[in-house]
Design a protein around this ligand. Structure first.
Ligand code: SAH
Length: 363
């Protein structure tokens, strides 16, 4: 038996082809797309303007829901975290973040942070997502459906998408781009390309590929260190793509795409938060005319790394300003609900094993 396709992995013209093969009029495709991405149908049965015979046939060819909400958590600041289960029982996280100064250009907007892999292969020393390595890539439908399911469950309008959840998006390039085209399309979720940010650990060849994409999505690079010495210690990927190569790829991206980019920089106490690092970051960012998002480290249970005090964070930010670099210091909205990557999943697993509430008990 041919396995069923997830309908949310299809472009409009692919579904149109299927409809044509079935001898359906072309407006059926638009009706179905509207049910999927505007009316957020929970079953094919809900698609009440389709003929009964088609409604009965669609579930034989297609899966409708690619992810299933397992639980949500709401913090006092209204950040909301969703844990989703996939068909194979894997878990991924999605976080809804209202009004996040520093994450995007406008401060009054709702941002959704989505995942692209189960786990992560890159094993950054500070990150909870890579603790168990990577299990698999998400399909395009599993990426798209995170947005659909959150829309269905939330009163909030979603203005921005950041691909900063679990996984390395550029390691799952084809599924990522397919999903983003569906999220962006007028027949899909209709979210503007400039409101979509993809964050990478620094995969040089893929940054170059992204520069050639016609879709005007934004790029964020997780820098976290401005010398090979510091970056090696916390990001093993730096051995494969050292800083000089990464910065060269960023320059290529800027020139080729003409688009602005952002550096993310976590501040970790005594590791990468010295003023010498700030000085170099100022030089790199002003040279590339890049924005910087400073993120005080969100501590992870079981990892020895700490967040610097507020004074050190401010001093780092001031140094960047002397280079004329726009640097925001992100407030930790999701702190109370363990919003850093991989932390809710970690906690869920621990709960299942009867262990303590690790993600919240850590602070
Ligand atoms: N793999 C991609 C996207 C996922 S992580 C990347 O590396 O960019 C999104 C951002 O959260 C990255 O900048 C990552 O370094 C950061 N991050 C991971 N763990 C964190 C933690 N505990 N506290 C603060 N930021 C964290």
């Amino acid at each position: 038996m041919v396995p069923k396709k997830d309908i949310k992995s299809l472009y409009r013209d692919e579904l149109a082809e299927h409809m044509a093969e079935r001898g359906e009029p072309s407006y059926r495709t638009d009706q179905i797309m509207e049910w999927l991405y505007e009316r957020l149908a929970e079953s094919f049965d809900d698609m009440s303007n389709l003929p009964m015979i088609l409604r009965q046939h669609l579930p034989k060819d297609f899966e409708l829901n690619a992810v299933r909400a397992l639980r949500t958590r709401r913090a006092t600041d209204s950040t909301e975290k969703f844990l989703f289960e996939l068909h194979d029982g894997s878990l991924v996280e999605t976080v809804l973040i209202p009004a996040t100064p520093g994450l995007t250009s406008r401060s009054d907007r709702v941002t959704l942070c989505i995942s692209t892999q189960v786990g992560c292969a890159y094993r950054c020393a500070f990150c909870a997502s890579g603790l168990d390595g990577v299990k698999r890539n998400l399909s395009a439908a599993e990426i798209v459906d995170q947005v659909v399911q959150v829309r269905r469950r939330s009163d909030e309008r979603i203005d921005n998408i950041v691909v900063m959840g679990m996984g390395e998006p550029l390691a799952n390039y084809d599924n990522l781009m397919r999903a983003l085209r569906i999220i962006n399309a007028p027949w899909g979720l209709g979210i503007g390309a400039r409101k979509i940010t993809v964050s990478t650990v620094g995969l040089v060849p893929r940054i170059k590929a992204l520069a050639a994409e016609p879709m005007q999505i934004r790029l964020a690079v997780s820098l976290h260190g401005t010398t090979d010495d510091v970056r090696h210690k916390i990001m093993p990927v730096n051995k494969k793509h050292p800083l000089s190569e990464l910065i060269e790829a960023c320059r290529y991206y800027r020139t080729k795409s003409g688009r602005m980019m952002t550096f993310e920089y976590i501040l970790i106490d005594g590791v990468n938060d010295g003023l010498d690092q700030a000085q170099r970051l100022g030089e790199i960012a002003s040279d590339l005319r890049a924005k910087v998002n400073l993120i005080p480290y969100n501590e992870v249970a079981g990892l020895p790394l700490r967040r610097p005090d507020a004074g050190r964070c401010k001093a780092f930010q001031r140094m960047l300003k002397t280079h004329g670099v726009t640097a925001t210091l992100r407030r930790e909205k999701g702190d109370k609900i363990a919003a850093a990557c991989g932390q809710l999943r970690l906690q869920h697993t621990a709960d299942e094993e009867g262990a303590a509430d690790v993600a919240n008990g850590s602070r």
